[in-house]
Design a protein around this ligand. Structure first.
Ligand SMILES: N[C@@H](CCC(=O)N[C@@H](CS)C(=O)NCC(=O)O)C(=O)O
Length: 194
């Protein structure tokens, strides 16, 4: 299987971590998103990463679907409970973390597209929303104690924010939690880099 990705993508980081945890071998193909390859555009008409290409050439996207697909391949280190409310809770954490990621990407893009002249109301509201999301996570850290897709998605979101928006670094109990989970080899090996 080939995973089309970039080393900095927070969405691609989730399936990379899951593959490492489940010991699923993935061929990682680094994409240039400013000059998308025919392979990426053929596999995913929107040209987004992550996109997974199976050995039979079927394709899987986007990141939540790839995570579910990879987890379904074996019962080793189950990352998403197979059913019931537990499953919904984990997928809801992922949705929350992915939306937090989206907010951070939009904020970062606003700042780099309009350096010195960005929309200050938008920036202030986005930063408030991100800090409110941190408070929400910090109050529920016990829900992230068990290693599964929920902490994977939250770590990917926070890791991206630290990478692109370092002034929004987490603090206090959330910082402690983030530091501890970052020691895990699958998290350490997937830290975003340019
Ligand atoms: N909902 C998608 C979002 C994927 C996404 O937006 N990826 C970004 C990189 S982090 C991308 O491919 N951007 C290139 C583009 O939009 O042209 C997922 O979860 O996989």
């Amino acid at each position: 299987m080939k995973l089309l990705y970039t080393k900095r993508s927070p969405y691609a980081r989730k399936p990379r971590i899951i593959a490492l945890e489940k010991e699923i071998s993935l061929e990682l193909i680094d994409e240039d998103l400013k000059n998308k390859s025919p392979r990426l555009l053929d596999a995913n008409p929107l040209g987004k990463v992550p996109t997974l290409i199976l050995d039979n050439n079927k394709t899987v996207y986007d990141s939540p679907v790839i995570c579910q697909y990879l987890d379904s391949l074996s019962d080793k280190n189950i990352m998403i409970p197979r059913g019931g409310w537990e499953r919904i809770e984990i997928l809801r954490w992922e949705a929350f973390a992915d939306d937090l990621t989206g907010m951070a990407i939009n904020l970062y893009m606003e700042k780099i597209r309009h350096p010195g002249a960005f929309n200050t109301d938008f920036v202030a509201l986005s930063e408030k929303n991100i800090r409110d999301a941190y408070a929400h996570i910090e109050k529920r850290l016990t829900e992230l104690n068990h290693f599964n897709l929920a902490p994977v998605a939250v770590v990917s979101a926070i890791g991206y924010i630290h990478f692109r928006l370092p002034h929004l670094q987490v603090k206090g109990a959330l910082f402690q939690w983030f530091e501890e989970i970052s020691q895990r080899p699958s998290i350490d090996q997937t830290i975003p880099v340019l």
